[in-house]
Design a protein around this ligand. Structure first.
Ligand code: NAD
Ligand code: 6OD
Length: 484
């Protein structure tokens, strides 16, 4: 059986114990994973600190960014290997991993390597009291050792989305990938070696959250900052944990995102877009729309069209090119999603389609599949309308006016993303500005330009990453004032 080890100071090392890495498509064990001890997390942090004092800390920006491009090259050379590992760990369709997850990992390294070279900072000439001048200019310095904690839904994409800008700014990192999806973080260690990234700059510790590698990292006094993507509740626990060492945090958390569909939309485009927004990656994208609000005039036709879309999705083996719906990540997560399917009935929902588990008559019946599911008829106060489910499911409700649509969409403690579907761009612009979220799409969804700010409000997070916002989080600015 394959063993996925920790990667500390340029060496793969076993941990204090092992846990199983499960294939969600059929429930089989695909690898054992070494769980890092408290001492090994400390070793990783010390290795990162050491790297900052060594060659990595002395590299100029030209050479540093050149090596990040080499990391991108190394991922591209092993493209199929990364795709296979991501598909085996997550159960996501191979077509999705090949067009989204792995290309985005490559792009994350290239974009942040290029961006950091162009990130000029402001300078000011200031008059001094005696009538002479002083020149102020700021320089960007690394934060130091950054702890990176990531979830299982887009494992490589989200890990590299944080590691690439952190390294571009000259930091060293200790990453703790999700216990559900450890494989691509380990493959990335090989890519780092191939690219000539010095030992200790990129370290990986495997394990869980509380009482394990995740918590050891957040509590470590020599970690300078924590960047985290995951559940809002976990964010709250991490916030407590970092409080005593006063670390900066960047939090990208959960969502209960709304889509607003106006009657004047391009109907076909809206239905295709919504189908992605609700079902992509089996609904396991933080940006997925679990609340769909539709202008009453087109409510029935929209419900019917999205139902047809849900029913032609092909749940299959992840490695089959025809598959467009994989399993959920784990038995435990399937329990959670199915408990919401049950709750929706108890809360009085009308089931439009799905609501259960597909039957295959083969080993996939031991996997963690659920049916894509649509409900209508719930009050806005229902738990199924307010709580993040993180599965291939949405509730569709009707609205009569723009004001009502805005009020319904904003009636949530979360605030990550929204999408608006309309042919009236003035309305799109007007409604978008009223959304209490970090990201609003008009006539699109999950269209990403890596230079733009990304993050949420309320329970959906603290801070923004993306473009200059990432560079600002992963660096300290030192303003220098020279009397002339
Ligand atoms: P999770 O919060 O359970 O776990 C995320 C990571 O945190 C894992 O590596 C886990 O081991 C670690 N962890 C858990 N408890 C910890 C603790 N006390 N201290 C330190 N580390 C701890 O999230 P998940 O189930 O892996 O991912 C799904 C969630 O992530 C959903 O809520 C989803 O919306 C959210 N998410 C948000 C974004 C975003 O950009 N806003 C992106 C992807 C996923
Ligand atoms: O596209 C990105 O950069 C990003 N952070 C996506 C997050 C998706 C959440 O599941």
């Amino acid at each position: 059986m394959k063993l996925i080890q920790n990667y500390i100071d340029g060496r793969f090392v076993s941990g204090k114990s092992e846990f199983a890495d499960i294939n969600p498509a059929d429930g089989t064990v695909i690898a054992q994973v070494s769980e890092a001890s408290d001492g090994q997390v400390n070793d990783a942090v010390c290795a990162a600190r050491g790297a900052l004092l060594g060659e990595w800390g002395r590299l100029g920006i030209r050479e540093r960014t050149l090596r990040l491009h080499r990391v991108a090259d190394a991922i591209e050379r092993k493209f199929d290997c990364f795709v296979r590992a991501e598909v085996a760990d997550t159960g996501k369709p191979v077509s999705l991993a090949s067009r989204l997850d792995v290309p985005r990992a490559v792009a994350n390294f290239r974009v942040f390597a290029d961006l950091v070279k162009m990130s000029g900072l402001e300078s000011f000439q200031t008059e001094t009291p005696d009538g002479t001048n002083a020149l102020n200019y700021a320089v960007r310095k690394p934060l130091g050792v950054v702890g990176v904690i990531t979830p299982w839904n887009l494992p490589l994409l989200l890990l590299t989305w944080k590691v690439a800008p952190a390294l571009a700014c000259g930091n060293a990192v200790v990453v703790k990938p999700s216990e559900e999806t450890p494989a691509t973080a380990a493959l990335l260690a090989e890519a780092m070696q191939d690219a000539g990234i010095p030992n200790g700059v990129y370290n990986v510790v495997h394990g869980f959250g509380p009482g394990s590698a995740g918590e050891f990292l957040t509590q470590h006094p020599d970690v300078d900052a924590i960047t985290f993507t995951g559940e809002s509740r976990t964010g709250a626990a991490i916030m407590k944990s970092v409080a005593c060492t006063v670390k900066p945090v960047s939090f990208e958390l959960g969502g209960k995102n709304a889509a607003i569909v106006f009657a004047d939309c391009n109907f076909e485009e809206a239905v295709n877009g919504l189908s992605d927004a609700v079902f992509l990656n089996t609904g396991q994208v933080c940006l997925c729309a679990e609340r769909v609000y539709v202008e009453r005039k087109i409510f029935s036709s929209l419900v019917e069209a999205l139902k047809r879309k849900a029913e032609i999705l092909h749940p299959g083996w992840p490695n089959d090119e025809k598959t467009d719906l994989g399993p959920l990540i784990s038995a435990q997560h399937r329990e959670k999603v199915l408990s919401y399917y049950k709750l929706a009935g108890e809360e009085g929902a009308t089931l439009v389609t799905g609501g259960g588990v597909p039957e295959f008559g083969d080993n996939r019946d031991q996997g963690f599949y659920v049916q894509p599911t649509i409900y209508t008829g719930l009050p806005e106060s229902a738990r199924c309308v307010q709580e993040e489910i993180f599965g291939p499911v949405c509730h569709i409700a009707a609205f009569d006016s723009e004001e009502e649509a805005v009020a319904m969409a904003n009636d949530t403690k979360y605030g990550l993303a929204a999408s608006i579907w309309t042919s009236d761009l003035k309305r799109g612009h007007r409604v978008a500005q009223q959304m209490k979220v970090g990201i609003t799409w008009v006539n699109s969804w999950f269209l990403r330009d890596l230079r733009t700010p990304f993050g949420g409000v309320g329970l959906s997070g603290i801070g923004r990453e993306g473009g200059m916002h990432s560079l600002n989080f992963y660096s300290e600015l030192n303003n220098i004032c020279i009397r002339l």
